[in-house]
Design a protein. Structure first.
Length: 351
């Protein structure tokens, strides 16, 4: 099958880029002819190493730039003759739609961040892939036909982005609690810090490692100082490969208020962390509906603190949840994502 993926860029900035890189590399490794059209970025070398053809087209949101991009995309498709185009971002989906109509080939879109108002434009696809059950339900509620919706749950196990073998674990202070993600309100970092503050005095050997950057980095650092917990809250910054911290951590916490299907949960499970996460969006599905981790209500630092206390005070329960985290990992493999996605392609080109 000749598959053309399209992204605004291939920079290490967002989960939808990571997911698109993963699936395109896996499809190429499964024997398909795969190309990636984007404005370029950090992952281009990985795509090349996995025999994905690169097509660099500037897709910045300027009218003239997008008109030129559409023409370049059309010319490439006339030459390369893809059987379909798979768009992973709103701009790329809008850019690809007229090209697919002119050429008479299907447009597949994947909705990663359905909380964004503009994500409704991904409904232009002949098939619209949701990354979790909750995302599918949300898109249907917003007017996308259920007949065109499909679900392919995210997964990162076996990702071409993550070198093998995994890096050695960091030397952390234990019990080590970790968070990986963007530092902005949607991720609930203040709730995690509040929960840590509640166990701070009781467990004076516990340490919290916050891996990531974002627009609220300074505010969260100041918050840790105001809460008098800064001596044991470590702001690590952004890492291209956080597995060294995840492999060393005892507990991973995700306190999100909204998270369609966070890739980091797959990475934390593969690393063998015991997991505490909020019961929102695609998080329960990524944790096998609570069989692979502890689910708590969003906006309840007290519930996170209660779960942390239970795990830290009971080594046998901590070990139990570490083992549960490692169960059923095949369901989180990139290869499973790639195979399910190709089946959806085949629906569109079989008639």
């Amino acid at each position: 099958m000749r598959i053309l993926h399209i992204l605004n860029h291939t920079l290490r900035l967002s989960g939808n880029v990571h997911a698109a890189i993963d699936v395109s590399c896996a499809q190429a490794n499964n024997g398909h002819e795969v190309a990636m059209c984007s404005g370029g970025g950090n992952f281009d070398q990985i795509l090349t190493n996995n025999k994905v053809t690169l097509v660099k087209i500037d897709q910045k949101r300027r009218p003239l730039t997008l008109m030129i991009a559409s023409w370049k995309l059309y010319r490439f498709c006339r030459k390369w003759k893809p059987q379909l185009i798979h768009a992973h971002m709103m701009t790329s989906g809008v850019l690809a739609w007229p090209v697919t109509r002119f050429l008479g080939i299907p447009l597949i879109t994947t909705v990663h961040n359905e909380f964004e108002k503009s994500s409704i434009l991904m409904g232009l696809g002949d098939r619209v892939i949701a990354v979790s059950r909750v995302v599918k339900a949300s898109m249907i509620k917003r007017g996308v036909s259920e007949k065109r919706m499909r679900i392919v749950l995210n997964g990162t196990v076996g990702s071409a982005r993550l070198p093998s073998p995994a890096p050695d674990p960091e030397k952390l202070k234990h019990p080590a609690i970790a968070f990986v993600g963007g530092l902005h309100p949607r991720k609930g970092v203040p709730d995690l810090m509040s929960a840590f503050g509640q166990i701070y005095n009781k467990h004076n050997d516990a340490n919290l490692y916050i891996i990531g950057e974002g627009p609220y980095s300074k505010e969260y650092r100041k918050l840790s100082q105001d809460m008098n917990i800064s001596d044991r809250v470590h702001f690590v910054g952004a890492l291209s490969d956080p597995r060294s911290y995840l492999r060393a951590a005892d507990i991973f916490v995700l306190a999100s208020y909204s998270d369609p299907a966070p890739l980091v949960l797959s990475e934390a499970r593969e690393a063998g962390c015991a997991i505490i996460a909020t019961e929102v969006d695609g998080i329960p599905q990524l944790l096998d509906n609570g069989d692979a981790g502890i689910l708590v209500p969003p906006g309840r630092p007290d519930k996170i603190a209660e779960a942390l206390n239970n795990l830290i005070e009971n080594p046998e329960i901590l070990e139990k949840y570490k083992q549960l985290s490692l169960s059923n990992l095949e369901n989180l493999s990139v290869n499973r994502v790639a195979l399910e996605t190709v089946k959806i392609y085949q629906e569109c080109i079989s008639f």
